[in-house]
Design a protein around this ligand. Structure first.
Ligand code: GLY
Ligand code: MN
Ligand code: MN
Length: 461
């Protein structure tokens, strides 16, 4: 759990990075229409959540290092929130309200969001710098622009508008890149729930199921363990669907002999898990599937071995690429000298995405990867995914037996003081472990029988 004092410390740290006479504005998210008068489940804006832990829509956070609203601090934290409204609350749910907000959220002052246009000019007035991310929430942009215009056009220059508007996101996102111990605890939980869900899906898989039925198994496990939403659209791609990187249709019937690629992660208390596993529907890899799978696994293990403070994702990618290109040459999918093929990026048609990304409140989490065109080294508290893949499309000119195979293996990793902690080891990834797990929870005899029948001899292609 993130405590009120941790949220306060984050706000203080953000404000301390601004010049004197600065005001920061960070809006909450709004509800999004799904169709007609129904909405998607509410998901708070990650930046706003990071600074407040407040899960209501249409709020606005204001921080100032010039306004003084309490005796102990030469700074102020204000929030605009939805006001209490018995009628709206009966229909749509409880609101914290203006009165309860200061104590509940550890802030100095709260106002109704209905008074934003009236109060914002006064709040902005006299600050030299406004930190605000434009073009993210157009309705807040227009409130800010109106307030700036009021300051500029006030009679006899009685008000002063800030002379600079600076995007607050880079500062905030540098902070979000390094996770605190309490954030890591939540991320370990998201990872564990995600791992359990993958195990559950693998253990009930049998050919003839539909991809969406495995999606249901994953989401069931998420919810049963208190993760109320997937962290992103769940991918269950069987057969050639595994070659579509962000396949979320999940509507095909799984065929005997297919590999199934599942990329799914739970969101637990706003933090994302992000795991991919690839496994045979009938519990047995064919020889070509096995060769390619082992290659991706070796590449992933090589990349993981590189990671530690001071290393870069680019260096881990190089280690993975070396294994992959060597293996593709051995399998005659690529022809030529390994070094030259690496130089020419000849692997790109088969491994077209990066090695991994930051993970946190967002699945593709914020934070810089490069500074002055150089990779920023990893440091303790950074969380990344490591997810090499190989995708041999059905129309590729690779040897026939490899066509239509898509494989990705993805784990979630904390960079620690001495190396790494792999949070998602709970779900197996070696060939033997996977073959043992797939279908192992099928409890009715006919399913067991069916499983035995669809398993061919080990050398079946
Ligand atoms: N699930 C999206 C990704 O792995 O990046
Ligand atoms: Mn990922
Ligand atoms: Mn993923």
């Amino acid at each position: 759990m993130i405590t009120k004092s941790e949220f306060q410390a984050r706000r203080k740290s953000l404000l301390s990075q601004c010049d004197a006479s600065s005001i920061i504005i960070v809006p909450a998210a709004s509800l999004q229409t799904r169709s007609n008068d129904t909405e998607y489940p509410f998901r708070q804006d990650s930046d706003f959540w990071y600074l407040t832990g407040f899960n209501e829509p249409d709020a606005l956070l204001i921080l100032s290092n010039q306004l003084e609203l309490n005796e102990t601090e030469a700074s102020a934290t204000l929030m605009f929130v939805l006001p209490k409204d018995p009628h709206a609350e009966v229909w749509h749910g409880r609101r914290l309200g203006v009165e309860a907000a200061p104590k509940a959220l550890g802030i100095d002052q709260a106002h109704s969001i209905d008074t934003l246009d009236e109060l914002l000019p006064e709040l902005i007035n006299g600050h030299e710098h406004l930190y605000y991310t434009l073009d993210k929430y157009p309705h807040v942009d227009s409130a800010v622009q109106k307030a700036l215009a009021r300051c500029k056009n006030a009679p006899k220059q009685s008000m002063v508008a800030p002379r600079s508007i600076i995007d607050v996101a880079p500062m905030l996102h540098d902070m979000r890149r390094i996770k605190s111990e309490s954030e890591l605890e939540l991320m370990r939980k998201a990872a564990q729930i995600s791992a359990d869900a993958h195990k559950r899906a693998m253990s009930v898989t049998r050919p003839d199921m539909y991809e969406y039925q495995l999606e249901a198994e994953l989401h069931h496990e998420f919810l049963m363990q208190g993760a109320r939403s997937p962290a992103y659209g769940t991918i269950v791609g069987s057969g050639e669907n595994a070659c579509i990187l962000h396949y979320t249709q999940n509507e095909s019937q799984i065929q005997d002999g297919d590999l199934i690629l599942i990329d799914a992660g739970a969101e637990f208390q706003s933090y994302a898990g992000d795991i991919t596993r690839t496994f045979p529907a009938n519990g047995q890899f064919t020889p070509p599937q096995r060769s390619l799978y082992q290659l991706v696994l070796d590449a992933q293990l090589a990349a993981l071995a590189v990671l530690k403070p001071g290393a870069t994702i680019g260096e881990a990618m190089q280690a993975a690429v070396k294994i992959i290109v060597t293996g593709l040459v051995d399998l005659k999918i690529l022809n030529g000298k390994v070094n030259e093929l690496i130089e020419q990026e000849a692997w790109r048609p088969y491994f077209m995405h990066g090695l991994g990304h930051y993970l946190g409140l967002d699945v593709h989490d914020v934070g810089r990867y490069k500074h002055k065109n150089m990779d920023i080294p990893l440091e303790p508290g950074v969380v990344i995914t490591v997810e090499p893949g190989l995708y041999i499309s059905a129309d590729s000119d690779a040897p026939k037996q490899f066509r239509g195979i898509g494989i990705r293996i993805e784990d979630d990793v904390i960079i620690t003081e001495n190396g790494i902690e792999i949070m998602t080891n709970g779900v197996p990834k070696t060939i033997d472990e996977i073959e043992a797990l797939v279908g192992s929870a099928l409890d009715d005899k006919s399913a067991q029988l069916q499983k035995m029948q669809v398993r061919g001899p080990k050398d079946r292609i």
